[in-house]
Design a protein around this ligand. Structure first.
Ligand code: PAF
Length: 280
């Protein structure tokens, strides 16, 4: 695997790849890699001639200073994992390389900017959009892979690519879970052992909720899910939402949506966890 920290050197290497007629699959990450990331990468390797992974903890998408400071940074271990799955190119720049000066771009994602993560983490998606646009411009991949755990991020990135007419295909990939159901996340390592034991209750509750779709209205099901989660005192809920699967807007009657997702965001101790399941 070749590792690059400058845009110039990576661009040169990738232009050779492209000139040889090879396709590039791209997985942008913030590092602290886990099976969920590797799943995206294995798929990218299968569907492209060449895999590029970026590791960059993007400061401008954090709206919480402590979350940014505590975000795990383990480049050496990450590099080993990437080598082991056959990744060919790693791009691991520092913040000055990506932001030689502040990027003041502002994006309007319409209704997507009003709900859930956008409402609870002001500025977050603008920061994600800026870095993803920059990374796409640098790597120029044919395809890029994103996990459905960050379902709203995926919707925002699809919209960004459409708005800017970027020639990249976005591939959504299913959530990868631990054997006890907890959605894999780089933040999970920050849970204490007690919190780690409680965390699977999130997915257990979501699964039970899916089964109640035929007996409860969307509003009743939101309330039921919230009450179940609130019964665990360590869970500090940001939101429980049921939304249609395009613009992620809440709705009142099951017939109002052609697809519906149940979303949860909560703090467990100091760690913010998100998860979601498709109801239909
Ligand atoms: O999902 C992530 O890890 C980040 O939000 C991303 C897409 C790499 C942008 O920094």
């Amino acid at each position: 695997m070749k590792t690059f920290s400058t845009i110039k050197a990576l661009r040169e290497a990738l232009s050779t790849v492209r000139n040889a007629g090879n396709t590039i699959g791209f997985v942008p990450t913030m590092g602290a890699l886990h099976e969920g990331h590797l799943d995206l990468m294995r798929r990218a390797l299968k569907e492209n001639d060449c895999l590029v992974v970026s590791i960059f903890v993007n400061p401008i998408q954090f709206n919480n200073k402590e979350d940014l400071e505590k975000y795990p940074r383990v480049l050496e271990a990450d590099s080993k994992m990437l080598e082991s799955i056959g990744c060919q190119y790693l791009f691991a720049p520092d913040a000055n390389e990506i932001y030689p000066e502040p990027d003041k771009s502002e994006y309007d994602f319409g209704l997507l900017s009003e709900v859930m993560e956008a409402a609870f983490r002001p500025g977050h998606f603008n920061g994600v959009a800026i870095v993803v646009r920059k990374l796409f411009e640098i790597v120029e991949p044919e395809t890029a892979y994103f996990g459905e755990k960050d379902f709203q991020q995926l919707a925002v990135i699809k919209q960004l690519v459409k708005m800017l007419e970027m020639p990249v295909k976005i591939i959504p990939c299913s959530i990868v879970r631990e054997t006890d159901g907890l959605a894999m996340s780089s933040r999970n390592v920050r849970l204490t052992s007690h919190e780690r034991q409680l965390a699977p209750n999130i997915y257990m509750t979501l699964q039970k909720a899916i089964k109640l779709r035929n007996v409860l209205s969307p509003e009743e099901l939101r309330r039921w899910t919230r009450e179940q989660l609130e019964a665990i005192p360590e869970f500090n809920i940001d939101y429980v939402e049921i939304a249609e699967d395009q613009q992620l807007q809440p709705f009142q009657h099951w017939n109002d949506a052609s697809g519906a997702i149940l979303f949860v965001a909560l703090f467990l101790g100091k760690v913010r966890l998100i998860d979601n399941v498709r109801i239909f």
